[in-house]
Design a binder for this molecule. Structure first.
Ligand SMILES: NC(=O)c1ccc[n+]([C@@H]2O[C@H](COP(=O)([O-])OP(=O)(O)OC[C@H]3O[C@@H](n4cnc5c(N)ncnc54)[C@H](OP(=O)(O)O)[C@@H]3O)[C@@H](O)[C@H]2O)c1
Length: 297
């Protein structure tokens, strides 16, 4: 199969790209917004901004993908509240451009969404629960899901949450940020009232590969195996990396004044993915141990 990855330089994009390159015989074309590829394994790379419809159509008509895996997104949830036009252009209009390219080339689209499509009053959520986003980012991601659902293009929506892992020049994520602070003995304030699963990107990449290879369509939740507060997750980071737990100060979300409202009691159930994709995702301790190994620390 020909697999076109967008946003391949992002945290997830790198993990997905490496998984396909390492584990499959598919022809992989990587694309992302930057001039060069951060994934070092041998592959074809092109700069591609998914908001540029003609560029998307051109790349797709040259490569003729069977599958487009969309890892490109505007992922700063708080900035989405103020940068509404730009973030909508990427998170919704960009996906519509991929749908057009998929339709022309008879390709499938694999797209990533989030628990932010829910209000977080009564998680964890299954694939059948009714979305009710409370942030602009959540509304954008739901709009992108709906663009796919109402299209005639074969697609899979993978909902996930709180990604962690590492890669070349990746933006910081919760765990990398904590490590950065705690290794310098700096205290961190961590919320006790935001509850969800957390997801090691390797699990998400593996699930994505299985979805592509098995031709699964519809919605799939892929997320870590346990549900815990951000504070409890921080405690596990200390445990695995050997940092002083006393540096982690419990706080509640109202003290953070985050511009975008968060789904508080969230989480995604993963029974469907486990049953249909045949694998169990890591729990937070297992994921952190793998990350520790990857970081060589
Ligand atoms: N991170 C999470 O906790 C989380 C949770 C739930 C769902 N998700 C979803 O998972 C997916 C991957 O997220 P991630 O954490 O890997 O995000 P990420 O690290 O921010 O990666 C996104 C990538 O997309 C690129 N990009 C931005 N605008 C683009 C454009 N117009 N055209 C092409 N590429 C563009 C970014 O480049 P720049 O860095 O140069 O902007 C970046 O390389 C997203 O759909 C996200 O909504 C993430």
């Amino acid at each position: 199969m020909n697999i076109l990855v967008t946003g391949s330089n992002g945290l997830l994009g790198q993990a997905v790209s490496k998984m396909f390159i390492r584990e499959t015989d598919h022809d992989i074309m990587l694309t992302s917004a930057e001039d060069g590829s951060y994934v070092k394994d041998i592959h074809e790379y092109h700069t591609l901004d998914i908001t540029r419809k003609d560029d998307v159509k051109k790349i797709a008509s040259e490569f003729i993908p069977d599958v487009i895996v969309n890892c490109a997104a505007f992922t700063n949830v708080d900035l989405c509240e103020t940068e509404r036009e730009l973030s909508w252009k990427i998170n919704v209009d960009g996906v519509k451009n991929l749908i057009i390219a998929a339709r022309i080339n008879n390709a499938r689209v694999i797209h990533f969404s989030t628990d932010y499509v829910f209000d977080g009053k009564n998680g964890p959520y299954s694939e059948e629960d009714v979305p009710n986003p409370i942030s602009f980012y959540g509304r954008e991601k739901l709009a992108s899901e709906n663009a796919l659902k109402t299209s005639d293009v074969n697609h899979t929506i993978i909902r996930t949450l709180v990604l962690y892992g590492t890669g070349e020049k990746v933006k910081s994520n919760f765990v990398l940020w904590m490590i950065d602070k705690l290794k310098n003995n700096e205290p961190v304030n961590i919320v006790t009232d935001q509850i969800s699963n957390v997801t090691m990107i390797e699990d998400l990449a593996l699930g994505t590969m299985r979805i592509v290879d098995r031709g699964c369509s519809g919605i799939y939740n892929i997320a870590g195996n346990d549900i815990l507060s951000r504070y409890d997750f921080a405690m596990k980071v200390c445990e695995v990396f050997g940092y002083d737990k006393g540096l982690v100060r419990p706080i509640t979300s109202e003290l953070l004044n985050q511009p975008a409202p968060r789904p508080m009691k969230s989480g995604l159930t993963t029974f469907k993915a486990e049953a249909e994709l045949g694998f169990r995702t890591m729990d937070s301790l297992e994921g952190l141990q793998l990350l520790k190994y990857q970081l060589g620390s």
